[in-house]
Design a protein around this ligand. Structure first.
Ligand SMILES: [Fe+2]
Length: 217
């Protein structure tokens, strides 16, 4: 994988990241490495974002802390035709941390200042290279802007698209973890998020691996 977050790799196994609610950022508050709490696809700041993400829990809270998935292929197919036409062809400019996002993790913002990698431009509607289906595809915290919109307008547009059209009950699934489970999903046609609806004094820790992707089109 290119450029995982190097702060949180499993010791001796650099292809595996550790997501834990016990990690602190440099300011001493909880580092949001227990997965992002907003709907997103992984690592759109990369030129070749990961095709697949897998999670395997090693410690779980008694209840809550599920991982939610949204089928953005089915959600795209169900969009009103005029909205489909409007968003097809839209492009997102991607950074480590977009300037108008709600992601105020000081470490990520610091990393962004020193970030030398390119800012890839990706399609908002992505075509699956294997089956040709189309899906809505973005990471709001890594989107600086949609080409032709300001960063603030872009955030509002993505938020409205997400909550009005994508994350309807018929397109979403919440996986409530049990030890021994493993989840793997196709990032090219799904968004996901972590639930923070659990006792923060309990430990939630998962191992994450990412599978190298191809260029979105
Ligand atoms: Fe994620």
């Amino acid at each position: 994988m290119e450029d995982q977050n190097r702060r949180y790799l499993a010791e001796g196994v650099p292809l595996v990241s550790v997501l834990s609610n016990r990690f602190k950022n440099s300011q001493g508050s909880q580092a949001k490495t227990a997965q992002s709490s907003s709907w997103h696809t992984d690592h759109t700041n990369q030129v070749l974002p990961p095709n697949y993400t897998s999670l395997y829990p090693v410690e779980l809270p008694d209840r809550g802390g599920g991982t939610s998935l949204c089928n953005t292929r089915a959600a795209y197919e169900a969009l009103p035709e005029d909205l489909k036409r409007k968003i097809t062809g839209m492009k997102t400019v991607n950074l480590l941390a977009g300037s108008a996002t709600k992601n105020r993790n000081p470490d990520t913002l610091e990393d962004q200042k020193n970030y030398k990698a390119p800012s890839p431009i990706h399609p908002l509607v992505r075509t699956h290279p294997v089956n040709g289906s189309k899906a809505v595809w973005f990471h709001p915290n890594k989107t600086e802007n949609i080409v032709g919109m300001s960063p603030e307008e872009s955030q509002e547009f993505l938020r409205d698209l997400t909550y009005t059209h994508l994350v309807k009950p018929e397109f979403t699934y919440v996986h409530q973890w049990k030890l021994g489970d493993m989840l793997i999903w196709d990032n090219r046609s799904a968004l996901h998020k972590a639930g923070f609806d659990y006792d923060p004094n309990q430990h939630r820790m998962l191992y994450r691996t990412l599978v190298r992707g191809d260029k979105p089109f």
